[in-house]
Design a protein around this ligand. Structure first.
Ligand SMILES: [Mg+2]
Length: 373
C-alpha cells in the first residue's frame, strides 16, 4: 500500500442539545478529520476526537492540527508502507498527542481494511455483528428534567443509562432516577470532579441507589484514591482518563484501583492500542468497554468496529447518531436496534461513506499534503 496524498479537514457539527459534564457545556463540536488516499484511489478516514478546549485532556483541535500538519502527515507521506503498526512505531518518540496519533492510525486501519476488502472489525479480529450500547446523559438543569430525559432514552430502547455527575449533582439526581426506574442499570461518570477525601461519601450514595459502576471520580493520577474506593465495593470502579497506555493500566491493576476499563481510541493513541489494553484487562479479570467522545459518524463507526471485539464485554457508550447530531457527515446514520444494539457495518473498511452534502455543510477548512517526489 502506497499513499498518494493526505488531507486534513476541520469540521463543525451542531449538537442536538447542549452536552454538559463536570468539565463544562458543549453546544457544537469542532473536530479534525484525516483523509488518506492510496495510490490506487482508495480513501481511508479517521476522526480526531480532540475538542476545541483542552478540558478532557491536554489535547485540543489546535494542538492536534499543529502536530498533524508539522510532523505526522508529512512524515507519513515519506514512508513506503504505512501500516497502522508502522505508523504508531514511527511516532512513538513524540510524547503525548494520543488523539492526533489515533486519527492517523484509524484512517490507516480504514484504508488497510478497504484494500484487503474486509471490514475494520474483521481486520482487528472482531466477530460480533451487533454491539450492545448504552446512553450517556449529561447534567440537566433540574432533577425532574433529568428523570424525563432518562425516560425518553429508555423509551428509545437504551437499557444501560450513564449519568454524568459532579459534587452537588449526584445524590438527588441518582436517587430520583432510581426511584422512578427501580430496575435499570445505572452507571455514573464524574470526569475527575471529586476531591480524594470523598471516597466514603461516594460509596454511600452509590450503594444506596444500586449504582453498577462509578467512573473516574478522582483526578487521573489519583490511583490510590480509586483503589480505596474499589476495595470491597459492590459497584465497579471504572478508569477512563487515568489509563493512557500499557504502563498506566499495569499500575492501576497492580494497585487494584480498576475493576472496569473504559477504552477510548483517542485517549490511548490508537484502536490497536485500545485492543491490546482491553485484552490485557480481560486477562486480569477486569471487563472492558468502548467509550465515546461525541464522535461524528466516522469516529462512531470506528468505535463500533472496535466494540465488536470479544475483549469488550460491557455495553459501549455509542448511541445512535440522532442522540448527538441532527445532520451528520456520513450517508447512513447508526440506528438503535432491538436489545439496545447497533449493527456493525458490513462493507469494507469502516463501511460508512461520507455524505457530500453533510460534509460540505460541516467543513470549515481543509489542507492537503502530497507525497514528495
Ligand atoms: Mg468518562
Amino acid at each position: 500500500m502506497e499513499l498518494r496524498s493526505a488531507r486534513l479537514h476541520e469540521l463543525e457539527l451542531e449538537l442536538v442539545e447542549p452536552f454538559e459534564t463536570s468539565f463544562g457545556v458543549e453546544t457544537t463540536r469542532r473536530f479534525l478529520l484525516v483523509e488518506l488516499e492510496a495510490a490506487g484511489g482508495e480513501v481511508g478516514r479517521g476522526e480526531c476526537v480532540a475538542a476545541t478546549e483542552p478540558l478532557y485532556s491536554g489535547e485540543s483541535v489546535a494542538t492536534a492540527r499543529e502536530i498533524l500538519t508539522s510532523r505526522f502527515l508529512p512524515d507519513l507521506l515519506r514512508r513506503p508502507v504505512p501500516t497502522p503498526d508502522a505508523f504508531l512505531a514511527s511516532v512513538e518518540r513524540y510524547r503525548g498527542h494520543a488523539m492526533a496519533k489515533a486519527a492517523v492510525e484509524t484512517a490507516l486501519l480504514d484504508l488497510a481494511a478497504r484494500e484487503r476488502g474486509v471490514s475494520v472489525s474483521a481486520y482487528l479480529g472482531g466477530g460480533r455483528r451487533r454491539v450492545e450500547v448504552g446512553v450517556s446523559v449529561g447534567i440537566q438543569r433540574t432533577v425532574p428534567a433529568l428523570v424525563r430525559r432518562v425516560g425518553r432514552y429508555l423509551d428509545d430502547g437504551y437499557r444501560r443509562i450513564k449519568l454524568k455527575v459532579r459534587p452537588g449533582w449526584d445524590v438527588a439526581p441518582v436517587r430520583a432516577v432510581r426511584a422512578e426506574y427501580p430496575d435499570i442499570e445505572i452507571w455514573v461518570d464524574a470526569n475527575q470532579a471529586y476531591p480524594t477525601r470523598a471516597v466514603e461519601r461516594i460509596r454511600r450514595w452509590a450503594d444506596a441507589y444500586h449504582v453498577a459502576q462509578v467512573e473516574q471520580p478522582f483526578a487521573e493520577r489519583a490511583i490510590r484514591a480509586h483503589a480505596r474506593l474499589a476495595a470491597d465495593a459492590r459497584f465497579r470502579v471504572c478508569l477512563d482518563e487515568s489509563i493512557v497506555d500499557d504502563v498506566s493500566l499495569e499500575d492501576a491493576l497492580e494497585a487494584r484501583a480498576i475493576t472496569s476499563l473504559n477504552v477510548k481510541t483517542g485517549r490511548v493513541g490508537g484502536a490497536t492500542v485500545g485492543r491490546r489494553l482491553a485484552r490485557r484487562a480481560v486477562t486480569a479479570g477486569v471487563p472492558a468497554w468502548v467509550g465515546g467522545m461525541l464522535e461524528s459518524g466516522i469516529g462512531r463507526a470506528h468505535n463500533v468496529h472496535l466494540a465488536s471485539l470479544a475483549a469488550f464485554t460491557l455495553p459501549a457508550d455509542l448511541s445512535a447518531s440522532d442522540r448527538y447530531y441532527a445532520s451528520d457527515i456520513v450517508e447512513t446514520p447508526f440506528v438503535l436496534g432491538p436489545g439496545s444494539r447497533l449493527d456493525v457495518p458490513r462493507g469494507p473498511g469502516t463501511g460508512v461513506e461520507l455524505s457530500e452534502r453533510g460534509f460540505r455543510r460541516a467543513r470549515r477548512a481543509s489542507r492537503s499534503f502530497r507525497r514528495p517526489r
